[in-house]
Design a protein around this ligand. Structure first.
Ligand SMILES: [Zn+2]
Length: 457
């Protein structure tokens, strides 16, 4: 994701957050909690632009005293916000249930119309908007922090506009899903978890496919990389050919990230015909060309190793398990607290709030599994990137190490994240580890076979 969205909008949790995680796989060092729009940062001029080749060996991730303090403060604030966001979301759901608010909202929808479908179209969006407004303060704080730490350069008007657009997309998507869900629950109160899974998979697949075509352009401008950077595109094509890959030039895009963020990033997204590699323009502005090649090699790894497809399969399996658990817990919860909450059964629209509570909790608890899976793929992509540029750029390990150093400095990556935080939140291995690995990865010198790309001459 370009978006490092962990906190996202509610329901999203199971469906969107997870899929969002797979939709885009940034090379970024660490994921801070988030908001839907990626933060940005400093405009700290030339001193920050790395020289084409590192003047000194980069063996580990190091920051100046000032930058170190900032990186630690920014990261810790992010972790705190993330856990606060989860807690607030859960608490708000409990409160709207406990106070009978959800029941009254359902009564309101039922008074407006007899038609069950129309009731859903009143109840669902209202509930979603209320819950998302309750989450808004956390998003506002996060954006303020991103501005303060010069990670974002997006002014508030533009930010609010993005938030509203995302809100509308969520509303449409989630209302559709919820209506479907309740239709399926009505048809099969005991097996809905399985049938809904069957119904929702093609929808998620379509979302994967369409996201780069219709959703991403709502937030950022994209253009063919070849149009802006013909030379770089040729270099990238040479790199892919020599590595025996096929990524046609029409599949390479430049994203105008610098209008909103200072973040250095790139990602692979889409499915089938919409599959593509996207490079942030910030990357080209702030990184040496050889380092950009490494970042591209990493993304090529996601592309070639079919990480999007595998992620989708993994996600589908998790989703089935999650829906089954949700089905069981929903019945238990309604039996126990239904009378108090005025939720009269799984088919009651008000049960949506109970389901959201369950899904949100499950989404939170499954973070370590989902993120652990992601870290494995990210590591594979790092290995792939290192192998891809080997023999093409001189001193490739050093170039990669320097790329990580530049990224960490620029994006204020936590130099020393607590192990629990890495375990729970990190979609990528900590930057310091990636850098040390890049620096020391040398199967060629040790006469061992490379993992993905065999020696080509
Ligand atoms: Zn990646």
């Amino acid at each position: 994701m370009p978006r490092r969205r962990i906190a996202l909008h509610r329901f999203a949790v199971l469906l969107l957050v997870w899929s969002a995680a797979w939709l885009s796989l940034p090379v970024r060092a660490q994921e801070s909690p988030t908001v839907r729009t990626p933060p940005p940062q400093q405009i700290e001029p030339p001193g920050n632009t790395p020289p084409p080749v590192a003047p000194t060996e980069v063996e580990r991730y190091t920051l100046s005293h000032d930058r170190y303090e900032k990186a630690v403060r920014y990261s810790r604030a992010g972790y705190t916000l993330y856990f606060s966001a989860v807690f607030i979301s859960l608490a708000v759901l409990v409160i709207v249930l406990q106070t009978g608010f959800v029941g009254r909202l359902r009564d309101f929808a039922e008074r407006k119309t007899e038609n069950r479908f129309l009731q859903g179209l009143i109840f669902i969006p209202l509930l979603i908007i209320i819950l998302d407004l309750a989450d808004l303060p956390i998003h506002l704080i996060w954006h303020a922090l991103s501005l303060h730490y010069e990670q974002s350069v997006q002014h508030w008007g533009s930010w609010l506009l993005d938030w509203s657009k995302a809100e509308l997309i969520d509303l449409a998507f989630l209302t559709l899903l919820a209506v479907l869900l309740f239709f399926v629950i009505g048809k099969s109160p005991r097996r809905w978890w399985f049938y809904f899974w069957l119904v929702v998979l093609p929808i998620i697949l379509a979302t994967f496919f369409l996201k780069p075509l219709i959703i991403d352009p709502v937030f950022f401008k994209y253009e063919p990389l070849a149009a802006r950077q013909p030379e770089l595109t040729n270099d990238l094509l040479r790199l892919t050919e020599r590595a025996g890959l096929e990524i046609p030039r029409e599949k390479m895009f430049l994203m105008r990230a610098s209008e909103k963020t200072n973040e250095l990033n790139a990602y692979v997204t889409g499915f089938g015909a919409s599959k593509r590699v996207v490079i942030y323009d910030t990357l080209l502005q702030k990184m040496a060309p050889q380092e950009t090649l490494f970042v591209f090699g990493h993304e090529a790894g996601h592309y070639v190793l079919n990480h999007i497809r595998n992620g989708f399969l993994f996600f589908s399996a998790c989703l089935l398990a999650g829906l089954y658990v949700a089905y069981r817990l929903l019945n238990v919860a309604i039996e126990r607290w239904g009378p108090l909450w005025k939720v009269y059964g799984p088919q009651d629209w008000a049960a949506l709030a109970v389901l959201l509570l369950i899904i949100e909790a499950l989404g939170f608890l499954s973070s370590p599994v989902v993120n652990g899976y992601s870290r494995v793929e990210e590591h594979q992509a790092d290995v792939f990137g290192l192998e891809a540029i080997h023999g093409i750029v001189p001193n490739s390990s050093q170039v990669a190490a320097h790329a990580f150093q530049a990224m960490g400095e620029n994006d204020l990556s936590d130099p020393n994240p607590p192990p629990f935080i890495t375990f729970w939140l990190y979609t990528h291995p900590p930057l310091a580890e990636r850098l040390v690995f890049a620096h020391s990865y040398d199967p060629w010198g040790k006469n061992q076979p490379a993992r993905y790309i065999k020696e080509q001459k």
